[in-house]
Every structure is written in structure tokens, then in C-alpha cells.
Design a protein around this ligand. Structure first.
Ligand SMILES: Nc1ncnc2c1ncn2[C@@H]1O[C@H](COP(=O)(O)OP(=O)(O)O)[C@@H](O)[C@H]1O
Ligand SMILES: [Mg+2]
Length: 321
């Protein structure tokens, strides 16, 4: 069965739709699971709907936006049926979210250390705060008790915000939306290491959003690939790299520097994603080198492939044969 993964899911999303005012649907029919302690990467180019999936799951969609889903089950409770107010109670406790611009979640005129104590103080005394932060490589922040957010680097602040999200309320799942996108590679690595440490120490599951498949491949157990508001493929990370099923995933991999021999130029994906969300069929059909007539007519349901799923008529045909 295409929809299930081994073991009980921590988060189970089925047929999630997100719309903003206007005719363009941002997310259509997205289904995926996250297992306890698992790191799921969500990749796709800008505008593919990754942030909308996160904000819909946490009840933070802006006014006028709507989410609809057949199921959003989190720790056995159906969030799809919850009202916004009740959803917010879950959010920030068992389900934590680090938004795409995390700096905005720190007050600019209050020392960072005081904000850390404020957020973590309910659960941890001063000694425990120091121990915990030292354990995740952030102890030195406490030696700067008077410094405002502006006195820290972007990478340090990003780690502080992640630490607050992960430590303030014992979440089971942390959604991190492009937490390393604006950082240089060395600092990126520190943030990734922090996320791995948190997963290992706290048993957290993570949804790690990025437009960069190379970054995702370094920390994720499983990857979901989004295009034009659709989740077109999910697979364990090694399977995705070894045997990508969806033509869009293949195109993404071909465009990655690390997989391209130096004597061969990078292959950019021809065309644009413009208008993809409005197509009745597969959003990638206009750019797909293997497009079939049926691809322009309807989007296939997810098909199981190994430990993953793919929404592609080519794959469905092979399976059906
Ligand atoms: N607040 C908003 N109001 C209107 N449209 C939005 C808003 N946020 C996102 N969208 C639209 O939804 C689609 C998906 O965007 P988003 O979820 O931000 O994608 P990603 O995070 O993958 O870049 C895009 O077409 C984008 O323009
Ligand atoms: Mg985004």
C-alpha cells in the first residue's frame, strides 16, 4: 500500500491542500508520514509549497488562507479536525516550528541569554540550562549575558532559535523551514550538527525543509520532493540518490554539482515552473523529457516503490504491467 511506512507514524498527513486568496492552489493532495525520531527532508524549488505545508501543519497560515486535509494525525490525534486555537496549543509544545526567518522570533532589545532563560526557565533551572546548552555546543552563549541579538552572528542566532524550539516544551516533532539557507557552508554544518544532536539526545523527529538536495542528503533519513504544490516522490535518502523514480527528481539530481563529472556541464532543467500549480495533470509535464499524453490530463495517485512512493504515470505503468 503506497500510503503506509513501517511502524506507527508520529505524523500522518493525507491529501493536504493549501490555498491562498486567488486562483493558484499552493499545495495539492500532499500525503506523507514521519516516523518517531526520523528526519524527513522536504525539497523543491522556491514556490513549490514547502513553507505552506509547514504553516498549514502548525496552524500559522495567514488570514484568508485555507487548509483542507483528509487526515493530519499527530501522536494519534486528528489535527485536521482541530480549530485554529486548539491547533496552536499543540504547536510549540509537541509540535515545534522554526520559521523561515527565525531572527524575527527573538526580541531585538532583550539580551539573548535573558530570552533563553525566559523560554527554557519553565522546565530547566540555571544549572540545567547551562548543562543542556553546553551539551549541544551552545554553552558559550551564556558567557555573553548582556549581548543583544544584534551582537550575535546569523548562525549563532539560528542555533539559539532552534534550541529554544526544541528545548522549551519537549516536542516530539520539529519543523525547520530552510534553517541554513542564508548561512555560509561552515555555519550550515554547525546548524546541521545541532539538529542531529537534538535528534539523538531528545529522540526528536524532524521535518527539514530546503531547496538544496545536497544539504538534505547530509542529514535526512528520508526525502520528499515537491514540485508545483505536489509531493511527487518520497524515498529513503540512499534510495532516492541511487534510483530516483520521478523525472523531476532525476532532473534535480542531474543538476547537482556533486553528481556531475567535471568534464560535463551542469544540466539545468529547461523551462520554468510558472503555471505548474494550475495544471490538471502532473505539474512537471511541460518540462518532462518523458511526458505521455495522460500526464497532461491527470495526476496519478502515489505508487509504492521499495520503501518510497512516486506519483508518475511512467512508474504506474511499470507497476501495473
Ligand atoms: N502569504 C501568501 N499569500 C499568497 N500566496 C502565498 C503566500 N505564501 C505563499 N504563497 C504562494 O504559495 C505558493 C507556495 O509558496 P511556499 O509555500 O512559500 O513555497 P516554498 O516554501 O516551497 O518556496 C507560491 O505560489 C506562493 O506564491
Ligand atoms: Mg519557503
Amino acid at each position: 500500500m503506497a500510503e503506509t511506512t513501517a511502524g506507527a507514524a508520529l505524523l500522518r498527513v493525507r491529501d493536504l491542500d493549501v490555498t491562498y486568496p486567488g486562483p493558484v492552489p499552493a499545495v495539492r493532495g500532499v500525503s506523507f508520514d514521519v516516523a518517531p525520531g526520523e528526519i524527513l527532508g522536504l525539497v523543491g524549488e522556491s514556490g513549490s509549497g514547502k513553507s505552506s505545508v509547514c504553516t498549514a501543519l502548525t496552524g500559522l497560515l495567514p488570514a484568508g488562507a485555507h487548509r483542507r486535509a483528509r487526515a493530519i494525525e499527530f501522536e494519534g490525534a486528528d489535527l485536521a479536525a482541530l480549530r485554529e486555537r486548539d491547533l496552536r496549543r499543540v504547536r510549540g509544545r509537541r509540535l515545534a516550528f522554526v520559521p523561515q526567518q527565525p531572527m524575527t522570533s527573538l526580541a531585538p532589545t532583550t539580551p539573548v541569554v535573558r530570552q533563553l532563560r525566559w523560554y527554557l526557565g519553565d522546565r530547566l533551572d540555571d544549572v540545567e540550562v547551562r548543562e543542556t546548552l553546553t551539551g549541544i555546543g551552545l554553552g558559550s552563549v551564556l558567557d555573553r549575558p548582556r549581548d543583544l541579538p544584534g551582537g550575535f552572528s546569523g548562525g549563532q542566532l539560528q542555533r539559539v532559535v532552534i534550541a529554544i524550539a526544541a528545548l522549551a516544551h519537549e516536542p516530539a516533532l520539529l519543523l525547520a523551514d530552510e534553517p541554513t539557507t542564508t548561512l555560509d557552508p561552515t555555519v550550515q554544518a554547525q546548524v546541521l550538527r545541532l539538529l542531529l544532536t537534538l535528534r539523538d539526545k531528545l529522540g526528536l523527529a524532524l521535518v527539514y525543509v530546503s531547496h538544496d538536495l545536497a544539504v538534505v542528503s547530509t542529514i535526512c533519513d528520508r526525502v520528499g520532493v515537491m514540485y508545483g504544490g505536489r509531493l511527487v516522490e518520497t524515498a529513503p535518502v540512499r534510495e532516492l540518490f541511487a534510483a530516483p523514480r520521478h523525472p523531476y527528481t532525476r532532473a534535480l539530481l542531474a543538476a547537482m554539482p556533486a553528481t556531475t563529472p567535471a568534464d560535463r556541464p551542469l544540466r539545468a532543467i529547461e523551462g520554468t515552473a510558472e503555471g505548474a500549480n494550475l495544471l490538471p495533470g502532473c505539474p512537471f509535464a511541460p518540462r518532462c523529457p518523458q511526458v505521455l499524453p495522460v500526464c497532461r490530463e491527470r495526476m496519478p495517485e502515489p505508487t509504492a516503490h521499495g520503501a518510497g512512493t512516486v506519483r508518475c504515470h511512467l512508474a504506474s505503468e511499470r507497476v501495473g504491467a
